[in-house]
Ligand binder design. Sequence first.
Ligand code: FPP
Length: 262
Amino acid sequence: MALVDVLAAVPSGSPEAAIAQGLDFGRLPRHVAVIMDGNGRWAAERHLPRVEGHRAGIESVRETVETSARLGLCVLTLYAFSVENWKRPVTEVSALMGLLRHYLRAELKTLLRNNIQFKVIGQMDRLGREVREELDAAMARTAANTGMVFNIALSYGGRAEIVDAARQAIARGLTPDQLDEETFASFLYTAGQPDPDLLIRTSGEMRVSNFLLWQIAYAEIWVTDTFWPDFRARHLLEAVADYQKRDRRYGAVSSDTVEALK
Ligand code: FPP
């Protein structure tokens, strides 16, 4: 996947096409993680029930998955439902689960056609049996795909993930001297995947909300005021373009400083 694949999906001469043409495809983020936020406010602005914001957000999910695969990202992670979201009214929770099942039914063929591997990260045992069965089926059907990994974070909490990983390490009988950062990461839900290079958050909030706490240690953060249901390919491409302007230092000095010191 590359520029031609992105250009095939956006109107020619559009702002999206111009941004895509300016990207360096040799320097894409390998993993993009997204905190999808603002569905409720999007609905409130239109005097609609909150669930209509979630429903409209499905089209943003569809377009983000497709654009990410066309770009050639290795991993896309979307934060769909946090452990804290269980505190929402039961009607909203069940509407969200219904939308998720609807999405899977409608999009599984597209995931298969695009060689996308679908994964769930989070405490799946807390989900209802029917949703779990459908998620399991989608994971099994796409398990042999070799293209982009699409993680959906469901009943997910970053602290809970870290505690789960620690429990697993203890259960496997690891001794303190056997445990380093790499070994610890192999017990996380994202084992074997690169850490996010870019974290996107919609609706203007400046928080990480218990999302991939271990994995975002060095992620670049890009926040847009756009509410999730209005998030489109253009926003993703803008985020990637902005990411490519950043100087990632990982705690070291900037590349300009390195040059100046030579
Ligand atoms: C945050 O908006 C969004 C969520 C908690 C759910 C995201 C879910 C979807 C986009 C639909 C289903 C997902 C998939 C992957 C098919 P909010 O409700 O917190 O908005 P607010 O902050 O404006 O109230």
